[in-house]
Design a binder for this molecule. Sequence first.
Ligand SMILES: [Zn+2]
Ligand SMILES: [Zn+2]
Length: 308
Amino acid sequence: MQRILPRGEIESLDHTSIPRLRLPVRASVFADRAARLRQLATDNPAGAYLLLLAHLVDGQHKQLSALPAAALPAEVLATAQTHGMPPLLASGWKRDPQWLSILGSLLNHMINTPGVPGAAQQVCQDLLNKAQSTPQKLEDLADALLAEQLPEQDGAAAPFVMAALQVYWTHLACSLTEEQLSVISPFGVCPSCGSLPVASVVRVGGREDGCRYMCCPRCSVEWHLVRVTCSHCEDTKSVAYHAIEDGPEGIKAESCDKCHTYRKIFYQEKQLGLDPVADDLASLALDVLMGEEGYSRASGNPLLWHQS
Ligand SMILES: [Zn+2]
Ligand SMILES: [Zn+2]
């Protein structure tokens, strides 16, 4: 394992010109992810899982494309602005039962897609039955997953439920404008929905060139964070970079010796079509190495749940 120490360079860019947010684009967010998952599945030890997810993300794309723009309640947006809080916080947002019909459509899509393994189709069928007979149980499961908890028996169902919640929250975020999101918001969480980031990406092109964005796996919003800063505790002195020797280019783990956590950082310059959720799932070897180095992952990936 190669350990690259930060060079301590201070970003000399004019910060006022850096876009603070990158809002999701309804037509491409999931379509791009599905294409990337298929690309990454080749020669990947987790290839079969990445292909299964590609089918699921195709379904997410279909669902999101079919939804008309959401009307977000003005009073919720105004209150969030006043308090400098994310307006779409899972704990405070009244979730529309619409998400359950998104889930139903996603599950039907998986059941009817040739190439989805039988075991996964069975999980989808069981979940579909549950959605029809006891929807409240799925509301409870959604609440638990949104609070980063996994009920013991629901490991196999969790990625599908999260996939529906991703569509629902991304649908809401697609209807936001930058002005509706407070300039001040709590450190380390998505300024739109309050979720923890899955990873970060150093973007290329335009005013974002060379800037690092934290990526929300729930609503797909990205927010700017100065490089060489721990995305978990905001420390700037104990940050270091790790990469797998002879591994794919453009993927590192950004670790912090103050809070002993890490998150992955992807460099678009080296991986043009990258997607933070997909690329994270395709680089689990880096997680194994970071575990061996004694660092904990600062937050998970909603499409991958470990039973603990
Ligand atoms: Zn978010
Ligand atoms: Zn830290």
